[in-house]
Ligand binder design. Structure first.
Ligand code: SF4
Length: 347
């Protein structure tokens, strides 16, 4: 599928998109031997309810322990099978690093944090945008990390940018959380059960997901991956409307689905959710941000993640997200002035 074709599907009326999603879901059901639904937040809870409503009653699995308590409760009510992460959230942070800024940038930062790397051409490209011989001497602003992040994280490779003053962060950064906590455990369950997943992914979420959905379409039967994403062309409004239409239970963390005077649907609390310790996008989120909200919901857990979830391997000292947020210039320790309950968070 091309980007343009995806845009055409995204522009279809809601009813047509839902009918199309039903067809894709049934096609997948009739093509593979066994299938299951991979469930996380509201989007995939809606997918599960939608599939059940159209007569596709297959097992649902989730690494529920990563989710907010209110989501865990809904999973339990819906009979979702709980599977365990391969590494715990604390292990991910200590053994791999903090998931911060964005997945793409965290991946590059983690490479810059390895001293004496053999990937010199790639490092040079990350730091300057110049792709070298392999990249036909092209320049790419896409591959280059913005200078502000280079200054904070590229100290090991200062020589590539003598015009900047680059530091090394006192904590590791990693983009591998999803792999160890969600992808690998779900893949293992799927292999053990010879089953293929329905996923609640939407191209409108952007990023790598969008690229994958455009490239492979709603139903994909590949050599190593087979999956169905019947909501691929859905926009946020479609998923909220469908959640209402199929009577999907809305976990408390999202508040409720309401319609604004102009007809737009929104959830009254969180718009998106992730693990409590997820820092992707935190630098562009307004306060009260997700850690402020965690503080309000569960001060003990907030205290743990902010001050003591990680141990410095050299000094043995405890530290946490507080140090990471200070380093990248995101406020967290003071209470934000704004009313928490009335705000909408990005995540
Ligand atoms: S929500 Fe964030 S921290 Fe959790 S697995 Fe996904 S990307 Fe990683």
């Amino acid at each position: 599928m091309t980007r343009q074709e995806m845009q055409q599907l995204q522009a279809l009326p809601y009813d047509l998109k839902v009918r199309r999603a039903e067809q894709r879901a049934k096609e997948f059901y009739n093509t593979v031997d066994n299938c299951h639904v991979s469930v996380g937040g509201l989007d995939s809870i809606t997918l599960l309810c939608f599939l059940r409503q159209i007569g596709i009653d297959v097992p649902a699995i989730s690494v529920s322990s990563l989710e907010d308590r209110s989501i865990m409760k809904i999973h339990k009510d819906l009979g979702v099978i709980n599977i365990n992460p391969i590494k715990s959230k604390k292990q991910v942070i200590n053994e791999l690093g903090f998931p911060v800024i964005s997945k793409g940038k965290a991946k590059k930062i983690s490479i810059l944090q390895q001293p004496d790397s053999e990937k010199q051409t790639f490092i040079h490209a990350i730091m300057t945008g110049d792709m070298g011989e392999q990249g036909h001497w092209q320049h790419s602003d896409k591959i280059k990390l913005p200078d502000k992040w280079l200054e904070l994280f590229a100290g090991n490779y200062q020589e590539h940018r003598p015009d900047l003053k680059c530091k090394c962060a006192p904590f590791p950064v990693s983009a591998d959380c999803c792999y160890w906590m969600k992808e690998l455990p779900c893949d293992r369950w799927a292999k053990e059960h010879n089953s293929f997943p329905y996923l609640g992914l939407m191209a409108s979420e952007g990023g790598q997901r969008e690229m994958g959905l455009i490239k492979n379409g709603c139903n994909y039967y590949g050599k190593t991956v087979t999956r169905s994403a019947p909501f691929a062309p859905f926009m946020r409004q479609d998923i909220l409307q469908l959640a209402l239409d199929v009577g999907a239970p809305v976990p408390e963390i999202y508040g409720e689905i309401v319609r604004d005077p102009d007809g737009t649907l929104r959830t009254t609390k969180a718009q998106r959710t992730g693990c409590q310790m997820c820092g992707f996008g935190i630098h562009i989120e307004e306060r009260p941000h997700r850690f402020d909200r965690l503080r309000e919901r569960n001060p003990k857990e907030w205290e743990f993640w902010m001050y003591r979830c990680a141990t410095d391997p050299e000094t043995g000292e405890k530290y946490g997200w507080g140090q990471v947020l200070d380093y990248i210039g995101v406020g967290w320790e003071n209470m934000p002035d704004t009313d928490l309950a009335g705000q909408i968070s990005l995540f």
